[in-house]
Design a protein around this ligand. Structure first.
Ligand code: GLC
Length: 487
């Protein structure tokens, strides 16, 4: 059977550049989809990934990129340079689109002209495919930053015979970030270069909304866990888009596929960030990691004190209000808490204040630090993720792989990946409601279990044995591609 040509377009990708889970997923999914397709013995499968060339790209990769060519991309009245660089890894071809005006910045997002930057990128990605004469069967885009790709295909490129049979998928990694603009900004024609007769595609609840337009124009919409796919049909989770999601459901085009993690990238037996490497057969070495981390962070050094880790963006949907309310009570326990993350000033301030008050029990490191995050996964006994909403969540999977037992609220991907120890097949601690007392009770239950060495050893072995790799999910993505191509 003839294979498939798949183009994945996204705004971040490990190991080149990432600000969060999106980068992890785009980093591993393409290779795993290619493998799943090749495993089916189809001929000539091809997966390409198109990314912006941020100046922040890791140096070791910058030096490996090969210049291919350049072209000019038109965005409304603008004519912009677009350099094309190439890199091949494990059979996947990565194209990096260069334009320093848009991508030579100190951060990936958060600029007044993000709309223009990612409109440029989305348009440039399509133009690059045409310029290189690549006609994919499937174009798979991720989050609002690349949401204009299916919209352009339905508008500016409508009728282009080369793209006529291309099918599109839009994946929502977090419905909270939609790419919204006011009509007053005159952005549709002047920036996106989309004719005003098509403005209705972007219109939602009195403003412009790229995520809504992407859902409307894509052939399929997916999100990163089955439970989240249900949750976002309700106002509680949809950040205003529930009506639109229900429309997508009624058309039969919504799917929920749980993410996996790259088991090589996250592996305690290979991870150079750890003080001491280990695997399921040498879990006692986790204690070395714990003791060394305690030393490094200037916490009391004692392997018998249970350590709770949190590696998270410090924003409200991560459940930090519950943590705030429960904190004083939690500090009465025999426990150490290590928090790593950046985010809203109020939460950064809260953890810093608490650290001043409970210096021997809490370390709050306000930073994004991959190396330290891995040390925390390997040293902590418990990993707390009390999210109010969580599309998928990768940290509970990474923590499990490193033997840190997850405590999660049952929402989104957390509900789909972690099941309470009291149930058959249990692999963690869970609670149901957004209620700090419920959270506290389950933490206390876990701290209590920790005291029983035999139970605890079994818990670690159990969580480390769960397979959170990509094999099953990559197959589901492939099935989705096949379903869409048959339509
Ligand atoms: C976003 C979501 C997170 C998910 C990740 C990858 O960061 O908030 O839950 O795991 O995307 O899909």
């Amino acid at each position: 059977m003839e294979g498939k040509k798949i183009a994945i377009i996204a705004s971040e990708c490990q190991p080149f550049f990432a600000s969060g889970g999106l980068g992890d997923v785009v980093g591993s999914l393409p290779k795993r989809i290619l493998k799943a397709a090749n495993d089916k013995k189809e001929e000539k499968n091809e997966v390409i990934v198109i990314l912006p060339l941020y100046s922040k790209i890791a140096k070791e990769y910058r030096n490996k990129l090969v210049y291919v060519t350049q072209h000019v991309v038109t965005l409304a009245w603008r004519k912009q340079y677009c350099g094309i660089f190439k890199y091949i890894d494990k059979g996947v071809t990565y194209y990096f689109l260069d334009n320093e005006y848009y991508f030579k910045r100190s951060a990936y997002y958060g600029y007044f002209d993000d709309g223009e930057r990612f409109a440029f990128f989305s348009k440039a990605a399509i133009d690059t495919l045409l310029f290189l004469d690549i006609v994919p069967d499937i174009i798979h885009v991720h989050d609002w930053q690349t949401g204009l790709v299916p919209v352009y295909l339905r508008t500016n490129y409508f009728g282009d015979i080369r793209l006529m049979n291309v099918k599109t998928i839009f994946t929502i990694h977090n419905i909270e970030y939609q790419g919204k603009y006011s009509f007053d900004d005159d952005i549709i024609e002047d920036v996106f270069g989309i004719d005003s007769v098509n403005a209705y595609l972007l219109e939602y609840n009195g403003c412009l909304n790229i995520m809504k337009a992407a859902m409307e124009c894509a052939n399929f919409v997916s999100t990163v866990s089955p439970t989240y796919a249900n949750e976002i049909q309700t106002p509680q989770y949809a950040h205003g888009l529930d009506y639109e999601i229900r429309r997508v459901v009624s058309e039969g085009k919504l799917r929920g596929i749980l993410n996996g993690i790259d088991k090589n990238f996250y592996s305690p037996s290979k991870d150079n960030a750890l003080f001491e490497k280990y695997d399921r057969k040498s879990i006692e070495k986790r204690n070395v990691n714990k003791v060394k981390l305690q030393e490094m962070l200037n916490l009391p050094v004692d392997e018998n004190i249970p350590m709770i880790g949190m590696v998270t963006r410090l924003v409200s949907h991560k459940g930090l209000e519950m943590v705030k309310k429960a904190f004083e009570e939690l500090m009465k326990e025999k426990v150490q808490v290590v928090v790593l993350g950046t985010g809203d000033a109020q939460y950064e301030g809260f953890f810093k204040d608490m650290e001043n008050q409970y210096g021997s029990k809490l370390r709050a490191i306000i930073a994004f630090n991959q190396d330290l995050s891995r040390k925390i996964y390997s040293a902590s006994d418990l990993f707390l993720m009390p999210s109010v909403s969580e599309p998928c969540g990768l940290s509970q999977m990474i923590a499990s792989r490193y033997g840190s037992v997850p405590i999660v609220r049952r929402t989104g991907g957390l509900a789909d990946s972690i099941c309470d120890f009291t149930l058959p097949g249990g692999n963690g601690y869970t609670f149901d409601n957004i209620d700090h007392n419920e959270m506290l009770n389950v933490i206390k239950r876990a701290l209590n279990d920790f005291e029983n060495k035999e139970t605890w050893r079994k818990h670690i072995e159990k969580v480390m044995s769960v397979d959170f790799g990509w094999t099953a999910s990559a197959k589901k993505y492939l099935q989705m591609y096949e379903e869409i191509l048959e339509k």
